[in-house]
Ligand binder design. Structure first.
Ligand code: SUD
Ligand code: ADP
Length: 313
């Protein structure tokens, strides 16, 4: 059940993501890795509401609330404070987050909340910014924030913040095997570097075969092209992920890939019914702390109610 309070304000819904492909290139001078990635948004969502207030506040509800900071280290708070500073707005906001995206799970939940907060504050403050403007500000908060604004399926380059849409024909059915314990994104990148030390790392190039599978919408064509260069690093830091992947594949998933920096594992399924069967098998196998189902592609951050504009004529 969604628990965001019904106070005046703007509420935005925002999706989680899985990287269908994550090619990690060399470490750049600025501490980031150059990427070629295919982001895919799924309908596992957080809701973020911003409301005018007399002081800054952040309240997080939902199953993952306990793991989320509520001060200025919350990415949604940082994002709207940055937006306010940029446009000289002094109004303070209450930010209510209904958190359903796993925390530190590789599904970009924090980035999603930052994206949602930017879209909501833009509407509340009637700034009229374009999506490109918001994505530019979002990229200052984190590399994954721009994609949470666009949603759908998109090719990411640079450090992940430069996006181009990718055509997809079908809805894809996913099952996600979640772990209570998270993995830190910088630690997983560092482990990837450690595992590749001494190797020459080529510039990342998106895979034509993956693009063509997405265009065709054929699940069986897509499955063998799921790829994540951070997967070995995530497994190295959390070895039980290997068993999670093996269990899901033996239970009939078409394909499996660790989400971003992990530890969530995404399983691609041939149908809604096979996704339900896989959920049952994974839950019974006790290899994951929780199992959820979702469909992609899903839309990016969008306003779901705008009570700000409702009032006496
Ligand atoms: C791995 C990915 C794949 O989409 O997602 P998550 O698993 O975190 O969701 C992303 O690259 C995470 O993006 P995001 O979580 O926004 O990371 P940022 O805040 O920009 O960066 C956090 C840290 O991750 C490392 N980093 C991030 C992006 C990148 N291209 N190269 C990096 O090396 C750097 O150490 C950086 O200081
Ligand atoms: N709104 C938020 N939701 C989740 N995590 C947040 C948020 N704001 C800040 N964080 C911090 O960001 C870290 C990474 O969170 P998250 O984006 O969920 O993970 P990932 O990068 O693996 O996708 C968390 O451990 C948490 O401390």
């Amino acid at each position: 059940m969604r628990t965001v309070p019904s106070s005046p304000g703007v509420q935005v819904r925002v999706p989680a993501k899985v990287n269908l492909e994550l090619q990690v290139g060399p470490l750049r001078d600025d501490g980031y890795h150059s990427l070629a990635t295919v982001f895919h948004a799924v309908n596992l969502t957080d809701d973020v509401r911003v409301t005018p207030a007399t002081h800054w506040g952040c309240v997080v509800n939902g199953p993952y609330a306990a793991a989320v900071p509520t001060g200025t280290d919350n990415l949604a708070v940082r994002a709207v404070q940055l937006l306010g500073e940029r446009f000289g707005i002094e109004e303070m906001l209450q930010i209510d987050i209904d958190k359903h995206i796993p925390v530190a799970g590789g599904m970009a939940g924090g980035s999603a909340d930052a994206a949602a907060a930017l879209v909501a504050a833009d509407a509340l403050w009637s700034l009229g910014l374009t999506r490109a403007d918001l994505m530019g500000i979002g990229a200052e908060i984190g590399s994954d924030v721009p994609f949470a604004i666009t949603g759908g399926t998109a090719l990411g380059s640079g450090r992940g913040e430069v996006l181009a849409p990718v055509l997809t024909q079908a809805d894809f059915h996913w099952v996600f095997a979640l772990q209570h314990e998270g993995l830190s994104t910088p630690k997983v990148y560092a482990e990837c570097d450690r595992l590749r030390v001494g190797e020459s790392v080529p510039a990342p190039e998106p895979s034509g075969a993956l693009m063509s599978a997405l265009r065709s919408g054929d699940v069986d064509e897509l499955a063998p092209h799921l790829r994540n260069d951070l997967q070995d690093a995530a497994i190295s830091l959390m070895p039980r992920l290997r068993e999670v992947i093996d269990t899901g594949m033996e239970a009939g998933a078409c394909g499996a890939v660790v989400c971003g920096s992990g530890p969530t594992v995404a399983f691609l399924c041939a149908s809604h019914h096979l996704a339900l069967d896989l959920m049952v098998t994974l839950s019974a196998g006790k290899v994951a702390d929780d199992v959820v189902r979702a469909v992609g592609p899903a839309p990016g951050a969008h306003v779901v109610t705008d009570l700000h504009s409702v009032g006496p004529a």
